[in-house]
Design a protein around this ligand. Structure first.
Ligand code: NAD
Length: 378
């Protein structure tokens, strides 16, 4: 297998996590994935790009993303920038024949996400979006249980992503609090993961009602002046699935006391499954066909027997973590690049499907009424 030559755009939080993931994927799965050649990195802040060269193993830095997409040395452009420039970078990358891995949310709205899907299809290149959690062994195992009929027909689906990292009014202004740059707040930042997980596990969402709230209306800019926050701190969604299941989602980055509580509970006609990232190595499963004197949720411990869990530890319960999740996702991406198409992991179309629901959620909150999710043919 030839090495995959990567160009990274954005050397902030996700840029670091992706850099670790490429390294770890080589260490953990080296026999089955191509080597990664970390060719070039860029960031608006040159000091961050230089840090990526010095500490994360990138060969060189350049001054603009256009130099990354234009480079003949790059096979895949990895986009880890704020949400507002995903589209420009990805469109240019496809036009120049590159594969693209783009962080979520794919775009600021569904029309832009659709444009990206069309460009990806026309280019014939591999196009993946960074919905990492659906690739996590416990989550993939939940999907396996559903596919096998172990919980029957899902009747009720709820998901939450609660964190408290933006609950403090002293957290300064950043792109995440600006609708023009982020599209939405907690909804796109963390709620998008819930929407993706529920659609992955239960199927398409058809209608939504919602409420979006901002708790902290102004934040301090870098010069000390107060600026308006234009996004939601919390969004609640009532969702109807095409399958007939009913769902609820609670997304908040001001969820005091919750550090990284991404989870779901799916209640079916025969059984149920429950997961929270705060106990990320555990999937809880209830089987109503158990004998009456031993009914109750059992805890499945994540290990090599679970989808994506192979190749890391030799026995269950040794514990996988956040960087492992991204290494597992990187393995999928590297396999897909070898295959020349997405065999496993989320595609740009999955990113579009989340954007379509996100648009409907914003419209429902604004109108106070139930809104149908508009689907685009791809
Ligand atoms: N998959 C996940 O679980 C996950 C988690 C966190 C963030 N994200 C997504 O990753 C993306 C980045 O988030 P982050 O937390 O790393 O943000 P961040 O602010 O930490 O980093 C973004 C970096 O991009 C740089 N940048 C901005 N515009 C640029 C441009 N035009 N060219 C080059 N560099 C540019 C900034 O200087 C910054 O260093 C967002 O889309 C976010 O939603 C995904």
């Amino acid at each position: 297998m030839e090495a995959v030559r990567v160009g990274l755009v954005g050397a902030g939080f996700m840029g670091k996590i992706h850099s670790i993931a490429y390294r770890n994927a080589a260490m953990l799965f080296g026999h089955e994935v191509p080597a990664v050649d970390a060719v070039v990195v860029t960031d608006f802040d040159p000091a961050l790009a230089e840090r990526a060269v010095r500490d994360w193993g990138w060969s060189r830095s350049v001054g603009s993303w256009q130099e990354v997409t234009a480079s003949d040395e790059v096979d895949v452009v990895d986009i880890c920038t704020p949400n507002d420039n995903h589209v420009d970078i990805a469109l240019d990358a496809f036009a120049r024949g590159k594969h693209v891995l783009c962080e979520k949310p794919l775009a600021l709205d569904a029309d832009s996400a659709y444009q990206l899907c069309q460009a990806a299809a026309a280019s014939g290149r591999v196009a993946q979006v960074g919905f990492v959690y659906r690739q996590w062994p416990a989550v993939a195992m939940a999907r396996k249980l559903i596919d096998e009929g172990a919980i029957g027909q899902v009747r009720t689906a709820r998901s939450q992503f609660l964190l408290d990292y933006n609950g403090n009014p002293d957290i300064p202004m950043s792109w995440r609090f600006d609708r023009v740059r982020a599209g939405s707040g907690a909804l796109g930042d963390v709620g998008s993961h819930c929407i993706d997980l529920l659609q992955y596990l239960v199927g398409p969402i058809a209608h939504v009602s919602s409420r979006m709230q901002t708790f902290i209306h102004q934040r301090k800019n870098h010069d000390g002046s107060l600026v308006d926050v234009t996004v939601d701190d919390q969004t609640e969604i009532l969702a109807d699935f095409e399958s007939g299941a009913s769902g609820t989602i609670l997304a908040s980055w001001a969820g005091t006391g919750h550090k990284c509580d991404l989870g779901f509970e799916l209640i079916g006609s025969r059984g149920s499954v429950t997961f929270s990232w705060e106990h990320s190595n555990e999937l809880r499963f209830y089987d109503s066909t158990d004998a009456a004197d031993r009914q109750g949720y059992r805890t499945i411990l994540v290990g090599p027997a679970h989808p994506g869990g192979d190749g890391i530890h030799t026995v269950a319960a040794q514990g996988l973590g956040y960087t492992d999740a991204f290494a597992i996702a990187a393995r999928n991406t590297l396999r897909n690049l070898t295959a020349g198409r997405v065999v496993s992991g989320p595609t740009f179309v999955d990113g579009l499907r989340v954007a379509e629901v996100t648009d409907a959620v914003i419209a429902a909150a604004a109108s106070g009424s139930r809104v149908a999710v508009t689907r685009r043919m791809v």
